[in-house]
Design a protein around this ligand. Sequence first.
Ligand code: AMP
Ligand code: TRP
Length: 350
Amino acid sequence: METKGKTKISATLKNTKKRVFSGIQPSGDVQLGNYLGAIKGWVERQAEKENFFCIVDLHAITVPQDPKDLRHQTRSLAAILFAAGLDPNKCTVFIQSQVTAHAEACWILNCTTPVGWLERMTQYKDKLARQESIATGLLDYPVLMAADILLYDAHEVPVGDDQRQHVELTRDIAQRFNHLYGETFVVPEAVIPEIGARVMGLNDPTVKMSKSYAHIKDHAVNLLDEPKEIERSIKRAVTDSGNEIRFSDDPEKAGVNNLLGIYKVITDRSKEEIEADFSTARGYGDLKTRVAEVVIDELRPIRERYHALMSDVAELDRLLARGAEQARAVSEPKLEEIKRRVGLVLPGEL
Ligand code: AMP
Ligand code: TRP
């Protein structure tokens, strides 16, 4: 292994202050689960460390997308992230495809990642079961995610519970590369919220609330829903035939537990306080009214700011271009290190 590369690499690893990296796909409407499981936490902690938030359009095209819709959804997601409180002066928000290092690093990591590791991913297996024809990109999806994270020497990856396995795989990919080519990557940790990591469907509390089921009526609250729609979906949420309002692991009470979880993340109060509060409630009707109120109040300012941001797309694109530039400043030197490690000749290098 050549020494020039080595000195440079260890310097980078030592000098970085704690970095945070996370991503979200611009595929369909952003729903309450995305917000409570991921975005809300990103906003709350954006000033603490050096944060990178990526709109992962290359991940989105692993399943068919209408080009016009994808373009709109990408900008719309950026507007939602800014409207939710990500501040471009405190963190970096950018579009994955505008930083070409991600796709390049993915290729190199493909060459050290056994295909068997990818075939074991549950999200891949689920999607495989649902579709007739599968793109190679869908199998490769977690390697691109590993490239995203590892290019930034990120220590922490704040995600919802469904991404735990992908972050574990990123660790394996990093460790294998480090073993083969010498210390190159920080081995990252998933940071998963205690409550909110798994917001369940309102129509069916046994499945995760997801963009993929957004077409099913009253499955999800979308971030841009009007108060009337929010109230309606929550009022129709499936509960059980009892009347006890308490947090519980009992699968029978999954609906009530889900509503209480949503209430807890938004109000940031303890389980005991919340249960005491609801001890005088008259049945699940009261619970639903209160949950709908806090959700409506939480989302109202986001929706208003969103519409203001979308009315000036040029400004939005300018913010994203600035984010991409900041992201390149970190990821391009890292990509060079990776290339040097595997023996690729860099232009002009002796
Ligand atoms: P995605 O929409 O798949 O790009 O997900 C973006 C982020 O939202 C990821 O960190 C997911 O783990 C998180 N997320 C998605 N659905 C939920 C859910 N129902 N509950 C909690 N977090 C979620
Ligand atoms: N796979 C993630 C999801 O669907 C999105 C994602 C892509 C991501 N790259 C990432 C999340 C890097 C965290 C870090 O939710």
